[in-house]
Design a protein around this ligand. Structure first.
Ligand SMILES: *Cc1c(COP(=O)(O)O)cnc(C)c1O
Length: 225
């Protein structure tokens, strides 16, 4: 399949999942995860109308941002685990950071940022040892205790376990939604927390049914099969 066909197939699935759950497709933003492809491939995606791009490594992220400096309508998402010492390099280009997974990272962002940075708190709903992020309880405690000026918590992000068991996936995404609603309700300044970044190639339809507003899709878009 070509990128065009891949994109069509994904958009059809997004529409279907939105319809099934009575949601507006306009509320679901597709972030193209381009960590496995080069700039030429990204240009093709751009020409198909993709404007949200997600990368997970700081060096590659900044290289790609620089390569697309002539396309200011791109929205850049940093989705990977971020070392504190790399914060300074990526901040000027990051429209959304999906992987705010610890307080020390937030402290560094607050120190380095010159303007507000839109961040998702990464929450480890499935509590797998290998996954980064706050537990649900830690996330709530964190937003209550913080008073950053330059960090805006726009929402929550999670990675579901690698499984085809739909029930497990529904359960994880419902769990993130529940924490999102709880935090949103607190009405904390700089913590609007309206958004949900959840759903990847394996599980984005379930994530949409459970309220995802940003899905992060790599393989389904860029794999030629
Ligand atoms: C790679 C990656 C994705 C995309 O995963 P696919 O299975 O290729 O769709 C989404 N989110 C994060 C954080 C990733 O690292």
């Amino acid at each position: 399949m070509s990128y065009n066909e891949n994109l069509q197939a994904i958009e059809d699935k997004i529409s279907e999942a939105a319809k099934k759950s009575g949601r507006d497709v306009a509320d679901v933003h597709l972030v193209a995860v381009t960590k496995t492809v080069d700039i030429v491939a990204m240009e093709k995606l751009y020409n198909l109308g993709i404007r949200h791009f997600g990368e997970n490594r700081a060096e590659v992220f900044t290289e790609k941002v620089e390569a697309f400096a002539d396309k200011p309508d791109i929205v850049w998402h940093f989705i990977g685990s971020l070392q504190t010492r790399k914060v300074r390099a990526i901040l000027p280009y990051t429209h959304f950071l999906h992987s705010l997974d610890r307080k020390s990272l937030a402290d560094e962002i607050e120190k380095r940022a010159t303007q507000k940075v839109a961040c998702f708190l990464q929450v480890n709903i499935s509590e797998e040892e290998t996954k980064h992020g706050f537990s649900a309880e830690e996330a709530i405690a964190f937003v209550k205790a913080q008073n950053y000026e330059r960090i805006e918590i726009v929402g929550l992000m999670t990675m579901a376990p690698n499984t085809d068991d739909e029930q497990t996936l529904h359960h994880v995404f419902q769990g993130l939604k529940a924490v999102q609603l709880e935090i949103e309700k607190l009405g904390i300044p700089n913590v609007p927390c309206h958004e949900l970044s959840m759903g990847m190639t394996n599980d984005f339809e379930v994530a949409i049914e459970e309220g995802a507003t940003f899905i992060r899709v790599g393989r389904a878009l860029v794999e030629e099969n």
